[in-house]
Design a protein around this ligand. Structure first.
Ligand SMILES: NC(=O)C1=CN([C@@H]2O[C@H](COP(=O)(O)OP(=O)(O)OC[C@H]3O[C@@H](n4cnc5c(N)ncnc54)[C@H](O)[C@@H]3O)[C@@H](O)[C@H]2O)[C@H](O)CC1
Ligand SMILES: [K+]
Length: 517
């Protein structure tokens, strides 16, 4: 699913109206209907809130609010409307103002007459939407401050008022703190960034049949990976496949006290469908590893506590390094040797060896930035924000971090998975793909090791393009976390639960096998 700018969204509106032969008021009616269904979903018939207040601005966001006020009134909700005065009102605002039944109380907001809001009032924030052109000030800012301090349940229409769709607002500007946001057609970039979570609350996107042709033609660096995007992305396993079909993966992981990271990554790699897995681990971990992952092969390093040797890479279709690795100088030298070997083309025309770098491998890269020039094309890096900062620089805010991320992936021609809520995958071509799956229960030790193992499995599968493999791994990892949390609750979730649910998560992304009989 694409994410568009506010300007592109306005053009999408227009294209929809033209292509479908609609009036703009008819499109607004679709938006208002979607909002009405949100109320039905929340309150059902007959359980309506005692007091619903619609705060309406002068543009089409306010027009949506006025249309919704009419629909709610017709559905027997007790509604009142408060209008933000302006010198100009949009034509569809005026249309819906006229259609508002006289029985609905309407008041004009002024500094001395702010609408009464109690903690029991359900407030619809239809002050400003994607037409916001500057930070809120004056009366609009006063209304927002008044609303926020009432701590009422707030539903934001399209986007919380005062929030820009794709840029930071200045610190301390007035922004509605919504508990819910119902947006139309496509998500807004703002919804996906941690700095906006306090304003956006729980968000959802409602389909109002905006022009699919226009969306397809419109270019954007931002994408949202949802279930529809991922349906059928994992190819079926051919009936005549054998373990060589899915690749032989090498995992370089573990150090004394951190063998669990190697075990978890290996478990995820195996559940990710790899053909063969070999783990190269420090000698202290040999028994631990062999006992807990009997399906994997194991190479023991000469050193007891850390990795100091790089195995011969010839047998392997992909290599991951980092989980539980530690930062010993000898392990750092293994990383250097691996990057040097992988940056040489394996065959004259073939792609370089697929690499996945995580955890301490990223910290070592941060300490030795000269190694970045050795990254082979499409190497996968999986930093969380702090690890990413060590590779680049501190970000001023979440939008700046996205810029740094995009630049880094383009400059080093690699795939960077910036981990967190809505994990963001940056591609060498400059795209940013935000992931929809996952939950806060996954903020627990070992989750990242599981992702590395799954990435390793899918990068070893030669049937998948590098970007496809990484997007699928990120999505399936989050989905496995969601399936696991369903069983354990978020607090009770541990990384091993994610491993156990990778199989079901991947099968939800798989194509049905055809002609395999
Ligand atoms: N995207 C869709 O598919 C649909 C969107 N709808 C709704 O329309 C709004 C966007 O409406 P628009 O008229 O373009 O903008 P706004 O209502 O957000 O406000 C514009 C209005 O406000 C003035 N203004 C802008 N910033 C400020 C400010 N800081 N202070 C004061 N005044 C400001 C501006 O000059 C205009 O006069 C979208 O979000 C949806 O809710 C459609 O209804 C359905 C389809
Ligand atoms: K709004």
């Amino acid at each position: 699913m694409k994410i568009l700018t506010a300007a592109q969204t306005r053009a999408l509106d227009q294209a929809t109206i033209t292509e479908q032969g609609l009036t703009s008021a008819q499109l607004m009616e679709r938006a208002a209907q979607a909002l009405l269904f949100w109320f039905y979903g929340q309150y059902g018939y007959g359980r309506v809130p005692a007091d619903t207040l619609l705060l309406c601005g002068p543009g089409n966001n306010g027009g949506d609010g006025l249309a919704l006020a009419r629909l709610l009134h017709e559905a027997n909700y007790s509604v009142r409307v408060a209008l933000l005065p302006a010198s100009r009102y949009s034509p569809d605002w005026q249309h819906n103002r006229q259609r508002l039944p006289a029985a609905v109380p309407v008041a004009e907001i002024s500094a001395g007459a702010l609408p009464a809001i109690s903690a029991d009032t359900v407030v619809v924030d239809a002050l400003f939407g994607t037409g916001l052109s500057r930070p809120l000030a004056g009366l609009a800012a006063a209304v927002v401050a008044h609303l926020n301090q009432a701590q009422a349940r707030v539903l934001a229409v399209d986007i919380p008022s005062g929030l820009f769709a794709e840029a930071s607002q200045p610190a301390d500007s007035a922004v509605v703190r919504a508990r819910h946001t119902v947006s139309f057609g496509l998500p807004k970039l703002a919804f996906l960034l941690p700095q906006n979570a306090e304003f956006v609350g729980e968000w959802q996107v409602e389909d109002i049949e905006l022009s699919p042709g226009f969306i397809a033609r419109t270019t954007t660096p931002w994408h949202y990976t949802d279930a529809a995007t991922m349906a059928g992305q994992l190819p079926p396993r051919p009936r005549f496949s054998h373990k060589g079909t899915f690749g032989h993966a090498l995992l370089l992981a573990g150090s004394r006290g951190k063998m669990g990271a190697a075990v978890l990554a290996a478990g995820a790699c195996l559940r990710g469908g790899v053909g063969l897995l070999t783990a190269h681990i420090p000698a202290c971990g040999y028994d631990i590893f062999q006992n807990s992952q009997p399906e994997a092969m194991c190479l023991s390093d000469a050193q007891p506590d850390h990795i100091s040797e790089l195995p011969n890479l010839k047998p392997y279709q992909a290599v991951a390094i980092g989980p539980g690795l530690g930062q010993h100088a000898a392990s750092s030298s293994v990383l250097r040797q691996l990057l040097e070997a992988a940056s040489q083309p394996r065959e004259k025309t073939g792609p370089p060896l697929p690499l996945v770098l995580d955890a301490d491998a990223l910290n070592l890269l941060g300490q030795h930035r000269e190694l970045l020039s050795l990254l082979p094309e499409n190497a996968v890096l999986t930093p969380h924000p702090k690890e990413f900062e060590r590779l680049t620089e501190p970000a001023r805010d979440d939008y700046h971090r996205l810029e740094l991320l995009r630049d880094f992936a383009q400059q080093h021609r690699c795939l960077v998975v910036l981990k967190g809520a809505y994990t963001c995958l940056a591609t060498p071509g400059g795209e940013l793909h935000f992931n929809s799956t996952g939950n806060p229960g996954m903020a627990t030790g070992g989750s990242g090791d599981v992702l590395t193992g799954l990435l390793l499995a899918l990068r070893a599968d030669a049937r998948l393009l590098p970007f496809e493999a990484v997007r699928l791994a990120v999505y399936a990892h989050g989905l496995a976390g969601d399936l696991a949390a369903h069983e354990t609750g978020e607090a009770g979730l541990v990384a091993g639960d994610i491993v156990r649910h990778l199989g079901p998560a991947l099968s939800r992304c798989s194509q049905r096998a055809q002609n395999t009989k």
